[in-house]
Design a protein around this ligand. Structure first.
Ligand code: ADP
Ligand code: MG
Length: 696
């Protein structure tokens, strides 16, 4: 175990290896290309590729792959070996700069939302040198962006990289205005907390719904769920502890800063949090975390569930996205700091975040929309679907005093004058840790709590980066023009806080009162995926993405199509799985039990006609009613699915799924769950909730 520092990052072609293995000039050229965002010369690329290959081969690696993140939300790879034939009929191991920089996977089967119909059919992958190459499954993995031949983004990484640039440019403008001449770049940082369930592998495999859809589509409420709240932070069982240790080791080898692990609220639910890193790296790493979580589980006889809602009536899983911005010199721009100069700048960045979140509630909400997450948001276990910001008492007091021109902290302080050098020291707020807020300030970062556990964090973060870049851009435009910096700063902050203060809410977000209060404030409440996704392509939002070159109009529209299609497909697979399970397993199981009951009644009567068969009669009648209900609801679900196919337009179809198919699925489930409760255990065809939740 004392080998961990040496082992950390051993599968990564990172800083240390590069410095050791790259010729000095090559290393410098690479660093410069990354800093300037410029492409590399082929000669430099050849030299890097060769060093990468030698390093990988020294570790027994035989293949390389461009590793990319198509719109499926998963990662994709296609392995090619390093072998290259020689004239003597032998082979040598080769990897060229061209192969490193660009790949041409056959992209025709990845979702593109129509982009490839209007443009070229092929796609290509382009090396992202800002994320380190690594070794996985005996292959050298090169992180890449995935685009169409016309350059349209077909993946999650491309807009993220573009948004990182946009934020950098705008934040630097602000820093320069505050006299900062040393920072060369501003980056956003992210620490994503990953929630997941671990259940017994054999039981998982016995449930077709879990295997096909990642969640249980049937299952009666168990006598015991999470009521005792004894699982949260509880002692970790040894099988789970072994799994977590195994996972940590694999993650550390990949240079992933896995830090915290604990049991979560629901039985069998856990969390892993890494130490934060740059948004691009954090996104790549989180994809690897999810992949390894699933892959390592079977070694321990377990299955890992990343779905947002694997079990009805039990807490679902989210992914808290801790987000901040800092300079390359290590200054966190969302840290209130300790001196007034820093505070004025902090107040401006804080104001920018409030403005961004308020102006683009719709986009933030759309960035976390999915069929799976619809089960969480607004279900009083996760943030409501309404976006608001938790600021804590101290900052809220400061905001109010600025907006209302009231004295702050009456006794000690006067009115808050904003101007560089005139703001009072802002004490750190450690009071409330509001768990119900979707977007909470937690001392020196914001925690966006709405993303679902199965999400790629690329989506929420490219939105966050872009909307904050937009607010900073507006401020920089005004500040660069003014002759009186302090006065303009004062009015920007005061005016924007006045306008956007409505987004601040420190109370309990799970209550009905908040829903009413939010409506009064004019805040959006987009309760479902199909209510929120169309906002993604509103004129205002398309203009935003165009302005900062994060997405073109075509890219926005194609992404919308992909997201809506994914929603439809997800629910459709669930509905078809329900129909299949109802017909092939549930109805036959109920019938088998009925048949046993009738045989019992008959044999009783053979013994003595006078013996009561009241029990069998009542139960058979109850079960028969339920079975008929299940049968009819299955038929109804099937005919609604057929009807959905006739809608033509995907938005209309998605709305139909939400309005008609999902409620029909719920009805079918209700009848089946009631049948489960009334059926002898040995006739029930699947492991129950008790089996699933309490068997590890
Ligand atoms: P909690 O569960 O109380 O929210 P955790 O410690 O589990 O807290 O998670 C906090 C996360 O926030 C960690 O991943 C941590 O690295 C991350 N974090 C801390 N500072 C920053 C920052 N400046 N930018 C982004 N993430 C940060
Ligand atoms: Mg948290």
């Amino acid at each position: 175990m004392n080998k961990i520092p040496e082992m950390f990052g051993e599968l990564v072609f990172g800083e240390a290896v590069m410095r050791e293995r790259l010729p000095k000039d090559t290393y410098k050229a690479l660093k410069k290309a990354i800093a300037d965002g410029k492409p590399l010369d082929l000669e430099v690329a050849n030299s890097i590729a060769n060093a990468m290959k030698d390093w990988a081969v020294s570790k027994g690696v035989t293949h390389f792959t461009h590793w990319f993140q198509p719109m499926t939300g998963a990662t994709a790879e296609k392995h090619d070996s390093f072998i290259s034939p020689t004239a003597e009929g032998k082979i040598i191991m080769e990897f060229s700069g061209k192969e490193l920089i660009k790949g041409e996977p056959d992209a025709s089967s990845f979702p593109s939302g129509g982009i490839r119909m209007t443009f070229e059919a092929r796609g290509y992958t382009a090396w992202d040198p800002t994320s380190f190459a690594f070794i996985k499954d005996n292959a050298l993995c090169i992180p890449t962006a995935f685009c169409s031949y016309g350059g349209e983004a077909l993946d999650k990484k491309t807009p993220l990289l573009r948004s990182i640039d946009a934020l950098n440019v705008q934040a630097l403008r602000i820093l320069r205005l505050f006299g900062n001449t040393t920072a060369k770049s501003v980056i956003s940082t992210v620490g994503p907390e990953q929630e997941y369930f671990l259940i017994n592998k054999a039981l998982y495999e016995a449930r077709r719904d879990l295997v096909l859809t990642g969640r249980t589509l049937f299952g009666a409420k168990p006598p015991r769920g999470q009521e005792l709240e004894d699982h949260y932070f509880g002692a970790i069982k040894s099988r789970v502890a072994d799994y977590m240790a195994d996972l940590d080791l694999e993650l550390w080898k990949l240079g992933i800063l896995s830090k915290t692990k604990h049991n979560e609220v629901a039985p069998s639910q856990h969390e892993l949090a890494p130490i934060y890193s740059t948004t691009n790296t954090a996104t790549d790493h989180n994809q690897l975390v999810m992949e390894l979580m699933k892959k390592i589980a079977p070694r321990h006889g377990l299955a890992c569930l990343l779905h947002e809602k694997p079990f009805a009536g039990i807490n679902g899983s989210g992914k808290h996205n801790n987000w901040s911005i800092s300079t390359d010199t290590g200054i966190n721009l969302l840290d209130p700091g300790s001196s007034p100069e820093e505070n004025a700048q902090f107040m401006l960045f804080l104001t920018a975040v409030l403005k961004a979140v308020d102006d683009y509630q719709d986009l933030l909400r759309a960035s976390v929309a999915s069929a799976g997450n619809d089960h969480r948001l607004g279900a009083a276990e996760a943030p409501p679907a309404i976006i608001s910001v938790f600021l804590g008492d101290v900052l809220t007091d400061i905001v109010n005093s600025i907006v209302d021109s009231k004295k702050y902290n009456k006794k000690e302080q006067g009115y808050i004058e904003i101007g560089v050098g005139s703001l009072p020291k802002i004490p750190k707020d450690n009071t409330d840790r509001n768990r119900t807020s979707p977007f909470a300030f937690t001392g020196n970062k914001f925690e966006f709590r709405m993303p679902g556990s199965a999400f790629s964090i690329a989506g929420p973060n490219f939105v966050l980066n872009t909307i904050v870049a937009d607010a900073l851009c507006t401020f920089a435009d005004a500040l660069e023009k003014t002759k009186d910096f302090n006065a303009t700063l004062q009015s920007i902050i005061a005016e924007n806080l006045a306008k956007h203060r409505r987004i601040v809410y420190n109370g309990n977000g799970y209550t009905e009162e908040w829903v009413k209060e939010a409506a009064k404030r004019g805040l959006l409440n987009l309760t479902s995926t199909i209510d929120s996704l169309p906002e993604f392509k509103s004129r205002k939002n398309i203009e935003l993405f165009k302005k900062f070159k994060v997405l073109t109009e075509v890219e926005v529209l194609s992404r919308y199509d992909i997201l809506v299609e994914t929603y439809i497909k997800t629910v459709k697979i669930e509905a078809l799985t329900m129909i299949d399970m109802a017909r092939k397993n549930i109805i036959p199981a109920g019938e088998a039990y009925v048949s046993v009951l009738s045989k019992t009644a008959k044999s009783k009567m053979v013994i003595d006609k006078g013996i009561s068969v009241e029990l069998e009669k009542t139960l058979i009648s109850k079960l028969t009613d339920l079975l008929l209900k299940i049968y009819r609801r299955t038929e109804a679900l099937e005919s609604k699915l057929t009807e959905a196919e006739e809608k033509g337009d995907i938005t209309v179809e998605a709305r139909y799924f939400r309005a008609e198919i999902i409620p029909t699925m719920a009805k079918l489930r209700a009848a089946a769950d009631e049948l489960e409760v009334n059926t002898a255990e040995k006739y029930w065809p699947f492991p129950s909730y008790v089996d699933l939740l309490f068997s590890v």
